[in-house]
Design a protein around this ligand. Sequence first.
Ligand code: CUA
Length: 333
Amino acid sequence: MKHFVIVAILVVLCTFLVYYGLVSLGLLPQQASLQAVSIDKLFNVHLWLISFLFSLIVGILIYSLVVFRRRKGETGDGVYIEGNTRLEVLWTLIPLGAVIFLAYIGAMSLAEVQRIDPSAMVVKVIGGQWFWKFQYPDYGFSSDKLYLPVNRQVDLQMTSQDVIHSFWVPEFRVKQDLVPGRTTDLRITPTRIGQYKVSCAELCGASHAYMEGAVNIVSQEDFDKWVTEQKSAAPVDPVLRGQQLAQQYGCANCHSTDGSAKNGPTWKGIADSTVPLSDGSSVIADNTYLTTSIVNPNFQIVSGFPANVMPSFANTLDQTEVEALVAYIQSLK
Ligand code: CUA
């Protein structure tokens, strides 16, 4: 009995030490969303459990090694013990209870994290190799930065234009995949004004590690100001805009602008030229051809290039962006 009391005291002390030691390491990034509160509560329960189990096992182990070690002159065998029904029932029931408890608090947290606020603002998120694009359907513009007003739920409706990507801002805790051909939802209520970074959390090709975007959480006034700025932005020269878009959306990865060979046909001199197609026919690269090649790239395949390599940009670029790209291609004589 004496041993049990001593070990129990040691385990309790060690549990507190390990727990506060782990917490002081600052394992979690800043908490910046309402959803993060429920997730962090779960982390906290697990930290306590980890600390307790570690202390229980290591405490009993070290105590036994020290107190029940073989002393000088002791040569006999240890006591022979065969089974202990009460202990076996206990070490089955306690973990069973623990697992049911964890499943329960996990399900409650999931419900809390997915709770729908009817006044949520909708932002459409498009991921691609390798960019993030955020469309604001309520305001009619899009941006490569995510601006959100603080303390208002946002419904991020996400899709991918090529492979699977994953939207992840560690400070918000929650994470969601972007799947081509499907719309997935993620709800976030930012609670802290500041600048964050969205990373892609799904291996999506050579530049996966650099697929990052700026996330700005601002006050409602600053958000309104930003919206006005975006809407009243001076119209830019379409050729310049097209050049920016070609960089932003990775066109330049496959299409050269100086005639050199890449995975796709070069853009130099393509406008108004006669393009041979893989079915033996040919087409004049006019406005219609260039536009179709961006929104429906497999409709006409250029001779010598494989089909199904280029994804469609129909849902990624809006009409003015497609027009700007075509203008840029047409400027590359
Ligand atoms: Cu997109 Cu990794």
